[in-house]
Design a protein around this ligand. Structure first.
Ligand SMILES: [Ca+2]
Ligand SMILES: [Ca+2]
Length: 434
């Protein structure tokens, strides 16, 4: 049945005529035979997708959307199935929006799925989609013959994932596989642990990943994201051929069984590329800036045998082992330091590894300042998972921000990014210049 809708006025957007979209509703108490209106919502995102088109908005009412079976059968115990497939695309400047009803919390819960193969919770193959405010949890491994399942798998392009809270999957929380030009904005991925992986428990439970994107394709961007208590890495960029930008993001306590101090997976805060310890001529430069890693099992910032020097600008690494590990690889396969490091702070933990071969200046270890807790307003490692600000950006905490009289203020080098005062400060948080 077609939904009863109100036709909105036409808008002129960026020189092209574009109809303001229609609005639909989905509720855990809805019915896919209903009209899809606020008064008579649908029950499933799949039903909404059959109707929604570019420019439309689908609102999800709060509550639990529980899934027990995939859209197809497992081809075998190592096959792949999906609970939700978003294959219908929006258009440039005119996405299909799948948004939480403002003030409400829709939870997509895959923990009840019993499919005996690898499971994708969300399988996003479409382009120009905007998902916002959705909580995604529980993608299971129902056998021990695979490396992981996935909370969200993205092979589409030019999508926005905003205010996503993806957690407690038996595999990565959000995994971009071949997609390009996607923006992951103000999202959290945590407590992911693939306890039944065939290559070892916990070895694939990353928070966020970007992998396999083709050479020359637009960057995937992670901005304002947090990854914590994931069994493998917080952010992982292994095996990708298009540049990735990570900024204003935090990563902590990865590499342990969630909620414990028992080590399991790799445990890097930001794993910035690499190709399985091999040289690859297709490698490109990635960037991580204004980001914080602390108390990860292994490196806070890790080059992971990447063949190209990444840019590491204005990051703070605290209590990692080590804080910066710049292990790269030469074209002949030899180990060497690779990285361009400016304005970073390494404090506590084991600081630095594989720096020979990098270009590093104006970092905390270069400027002749003895670090102590007094350089910071706070060195607390609690509360980093606090609620976000009203606009979705990260909470403002005193932790690892520079004290008013810190000797690290204005000690940085200009790298083409905004700053206050006479020069950039060191670390992830620029002080106000006074
Ligand atoms: Ca990983
Ligand atoms: Ca400054």
């Amino acid at each position: 049945m077609a939904a009863v809708i109100t036709v909105s006025p036409l808008l002129i957007v960026a020189g092209s005529a574009s109809a303001a979209g229609n609005t639909y509703y989905v509720s855990p108490n809805g019915n896919d035979g209903a009209a899809g209106t606020q008064a008579a919502p649908w029950a499933t995102i799949a039903r909404a997708q059959t109707v929604a088109k570019a420019g439309d908005t689908v609102y999800f009412r709060g509550g639990r959307y529980a899934y027990t079976r995939a859209t197809s059968s497992c081809s075998g115990q190592t096959g792949r199935v999906s609970a939700i497939v978003l294959s219908k695309s929006g258009a440039s400047g005119n996405p299909i929006r799948y948004w939480a009803q403002p003030g409400e919390k829709p939870v997509f819960d895959f923990s009840g799925m019993r499919d005996d193969c690898r499971i994708k919770g969300f399988d996003v193959t479409g382009n120009y989609l905007h998902l916002k405010g959705l909580e995604v949890t529980g993608a299971p491994q129902n056998n021990n013959r695979n490396h992981e399942s996935w909370g969200m798998w993205i092979s589409g392009n030019s999508n926005v994932f905003e205010l996503i809270n993806t957690h407690h999957h038996m595999g990565p929380g959000l995994f971009i596989s071949g997609g390009a030009g996607n923006l992951v904005l103000n999202s959290d991925s945590h407590d992911n642990y693939d306890s039944r992986s065939s290559n070892g428990a916990g070895e694939s439970g990353d928070g966020f990943g970007s992998h396999y994107s083709p050479a020359g394709s637009p960057s995937n961007v992670f901005r304002g994201c947090r990854a914590w208590q994931n069994s493998d890495d917080g952010f992982d960029l292994i095996h990708t051929y298009s540049s990735v930008l990570i900024e204003n993001s935090w990563s902590w306590r990865n590499g342990f069984i969630p909620g414990t101090t028992t080590p399991v997976g790799n445990g890097a805060g930001f794993k910035m590329g690499g190709f399985g310890n091999k040289y690859d001529a297709g490698a490109v430069k990635h960037t991580v800036r204004f980001s914080v890693a602390f108390n990860n099992k292994a490196a806070g910032f890790y080059s992971n045998h990447h063949p190209v020097a990444n840019d590491y600008f204005n990051n703070t690494s605290y209590g990692n082992r080590p804080d910066f590990d710049m292990l790269g690889i030469t074209s002949s396969g030899a180990a060497t330091g690779k990285g361009n490091l400016r304005n970073n702070i390494a404090y506590t933990g084991t600081l630095l590894s594989n720096m020979n071969g990098t270009t590093a200046s104006n970092n905390s270890w270069n400027v002749g300042v003895g670090l102590s807790d007094a350089q910071f307003r706070s060195v607390s490692t609690s509360g980093w998972d606090a609620p976000r600000q009203a606009d979705g950006s990260l909470p403002v905490l005193p932790h690892l921000r520079l004290a008013a009289n810190s000797a690290l203020i204005d000690k940085g080098a200009a790298v083409g990014l905004p700053y206050h005062g006479s020069a950039p400060d060191l670390g992830a948080f620029e002080s106000d210049g006074r």
